[in-house]
Write a protein that binds this ligand. Structure first.
Ligand code: TRP
Length: 325
């Protein structure tokens, strides 16, 4: 029996190369080894914007295109939209009884964001409880996430454990599946993130990608060609390590001795990065045109997800003695 994995992303707008390298490629790599559910967490998006809901349809579709273009196989894993499987909401409600408000207000993800405009809602506070429901409603064994999400998985495991101790063994305690992920710095050298506005969009045209790379911060001590640089301190070099074939031989030494100027270094990176993304981008364009195909996959994925979630929720209701008839 294969173990079950639940993975998910919010449809919060265009993905960037960090999302592909650290999340999607990993999901694709493991999809054959697990019974996999790939969620498009549209309800989670509402926690940060519940007003402009009109853009969600397009964003959900775009994220589905990204999943598919990255190589997720809809025959192998169920690709579906969270709001298509109402059981997530039901388990979220039941879980909300099993957790205290202070536990949620102490979470770093909450503390970092709570003062932003519009993030003082009950729904935003409950974000990790909904995420726990996403996971536990499939009795998922593993959840592939980055370090920043690890506490949310612990919280899901705590909720499953608490449920089991109150109502009897019903839910699996999920574990984070942490993988070694490459460092993907943004244009300004900080972690690449859409909210920092320092990202390179996955779907960007090759010229736009090259233009963004030309704007990247470099080692501040290397001002002109001839100045010796320190590749380890340069975000451009970190991307070379992901996208260029022999960075330690072909880039680092000539940066260190000053021979390689930053503009040429960036041009080389742009060429390699664009080349690496080309198959993804080409596939994206083809899938993108096929609206019916995309919605069809999401519908079928939701049917599969619903089957599993319904089974788990029947057990949950029985354990809680909420199965009255
Ligand atoms: N919180 C995750 C993020 O921002 C997205 C997400 C929603 C998720 N539900 C999930 C991730 C369930 C893993 C499992 O990236």
């Amino acid at each position: 029996m294969k173990e079950t994995i639940l993975s998910g992303m919010q449809p919060s707008g265009e993905l960037h190369i960090g999302n592909l390298e650290s999340a999607l490629k990993n999901w694709v790599r493991i999809q054959n080894d697990y019974n996999m559910y790939c969620c498009i967490a549209d309800w989670h998006s509402l926690t940060s914007d519940h007003v402009n809901t009109g853009i969600l349809k397009e964003r959900v579709r775009e994220l589905a295109v990204d999943y598919l273009a990255a190589g997720l196989d809809p025959e192998t894993c169920a690709i579906f939209v969270q709001s298509d499987v109402k059981e997530h909401a039901e388990l979220h409600l039941l879980f909300s009884m099993l957790i205290t408000v202070p536990t949620l207000t102490r979470l770093p993800t909450y503390l970092e964001k709570k003062d932003e405009k519009g993030l003082d809602s009950y729904g935003f506070l409950g974000y990790p409880v909904l995420q726990a429901a996403d996971i536990c409603v499939y009795n998922a064994d593993k959840v592939p996430v980055g370090k920043d999400q690890e506490k949310h998985i612990w919280l899901a495991a705590d909720l499953a454990k608490r449920f089991n101790s109150l109502y009897g063994e019903t839910l699996v305690e999920p574990q984070a599946l942490l993988t070694k992920i490459p460092i993907i710095p943004g244009i300004d050298g900080r972690k690449m993130s859409k909210s920092y506005g320092n990202h390179i969009p996955l779907a960007a045209a090759e010229e736009d990608t090259a233009a963004l790379i030309l704007k990247m911060f470099t080692d501040p001590k290397k001002i002109r060609r001839g100045d010796p640089g320190t590749p380890e301190k340069c975000p451009v070099y970190h991307l070379h390590r992901v996208y260029s074939p022999n960075p330690a031989e072909e880039i680092a030494p000539s940066c260190r001795n000053g021979e390689l100027g930053c503009v040429d270094c960036k041009k080389a990176l742009a060429k390699n990065l664009n080349q690496s993304l080309r198959p993804f981008r080409e596939k994206r364009v083809v899938i993108e045109k096929n609206h019916d195909y995309i919605w069809d996959i999401l519908k079928k994925g939701a049917e599969r997800a619903r089957d599993r979630a319904a089974e788990v929720m029947a057990k949950v209701r029985a354990a809680m003695k909420l199965d009255y008839y």
